[in-house]
Design a protein around this ligand. Sequence first.
Ligand code: NAI
Length: 334
Amino acid sequence: MVKAVIAGASGGIGQPLSLLMKLCPLVDELSLYDVVNTPGVAADLSHISSTAKITGYLPKDDGGKAAMKDADIIIIPAGIPRCYPTGKPGMTRDDLFKINAGIVKGLIEIAAEVAPKAFILVISNPVNSTVPIAAEVLKAKGVFNAQKLFGVTTLDIVRAETFVAEIAGKKTGSELTVPVIGGHSGETIVPLFSQIAPSGITIPDDKYDALVNRVQFGGDEVVKAKDGAGSATLSMAYAGYRFAEKLLKAVKGEKGLVEPSFVYLPGVPGGKEIAEKTGCDFFSVPIELGPNGAEKATNVLGNITEKEKKLLEACTAGLKDNITKGVTFAHNPP
Ligand code: NAI
């Protein structure tokens, strides 16, 4: 029996993600938690004739604990985005820190208490800082397992795959994969176009910089197009679902499932040398998923190009600060 929780289930990402999880045959029980509207979202989804049993909780009567109790997987898109209604246009992911840091900390504290063995997937931005916060909270509660904590960077991979397919004239879909490593914010996002699979696709020099920029700042395209009314929600729900589904399949024993994710490298097999090389303990690389969660971090840094080395330098410079900010907040919240 698999119990999945979505914390922030009534939001722009939360609702379509809840729909996708409700349709997932790998989920037996789906528990929705938010500070507003979860009874309505749960009632709506409960009329869908898929197998997952659905419940909705609000904070009253310790609803957070009831929602997360004994969960196997907790997905967290709770917090304000870079747009209306809660965020403001022009905000960066880092601007979100002040509010989202506390929200994530609070949710992880509940998870640590009532679902200490759950896989935790953090979507709330800035992921570069909220995942270190989550790790520190779990460490302080004595239940940290690096193989079970994931920052969801899948949207960067999804964008890279889509944009590369457009340039290469290929069909989008599962036909190609593009590793995207580093963090999940602007220059910390490093697409490795030299490692597109299947091999044979080369990004022309005159298109390289624009493509890198589009992957790093793809979220801004959506913010602009929605004209103040939202940031990426539908594509993010898809990306979050893609990662969660892969993880659930891997836990059930399916082999060969790999997806980049932002993890605490020293706690994941194969991760220590990547952490030493980059100077970042939290970093996204392709992760082989399995019954324990993150079974192996893949070192893709061995044969990167000169251009990619430069991107990596810019990435680690910013990422280190983001990580420190998260760790510091977890130990000394205002
Ligand atoms: P939204 O404002 O539409 O939804 C957020 C939801 O969180 C709201 O329903 C709100 O009531 C809920 N919430 C707030 N505090 C809560 C708490 N303490 N407990 C439970 N729920 C709480 O925002 P949206 O667009 O869904 O974005 C959510 C987050 O995801 C933002 O931080 C955004 O920046 C981030 N995001 C991450 C991406 C990624 O690639 N990792 C991509 C796009 C957005």
